[in-house]
Design a protein around this ligand. Sequence first.
Ligand code: NI
Length: 179
Amino acid sequence: MIREIRLWPDPVLRRKALPVEAVDASIRTLVNDMFETMYAAPGVGLAAPQIGVLQRVLVLDTRPRQPEVEPLAMINPRVVATEGGLSVYREGCLSIPGEAEEVERPAVVTVEFLDVEGRLQQLRCEGLLATAAQHEIDHLDGRLYVDFLPVLQRLSMRRRAKRRKLELPGNEQGQSTAL
Ligand code: NI
């Protein structure tokens, strides 16, 4: 089922999501809905708070840029290691349609998470996958990529976002690289 994507400055996007206690059928339904919602948008990543669910769940599919990377669902993900330098990527966000800005993040991260079967996994992420995983994990902590930008720039983006929300209630078409 496609869920409604919450748009900034919806306060739910600033809340901290809670760890998933048991990976059960309701979590698998949530994951399926999140994939469906992300593909429909379309985007390459989505975190549960973006559909108003405060649980530590995210989905990623960076195949538009990284054909070798399988779609991923991560439950209770956390970055356990970073390597290398920083990389800059022009990030968008499905909750902030019509905007994209360059953000600097560690180029390579290892993420530990539970898969949809409840098994503990570790994955070394590079390129867009590294950027997207960090962007989505930030969503689980109520952080948005705009927080990395200078405050005046963030405020003018926020004004535009509020105006856009009034003009276009409901979901707006996303971007193929939106996270
Ligand atoms: Ni986002």
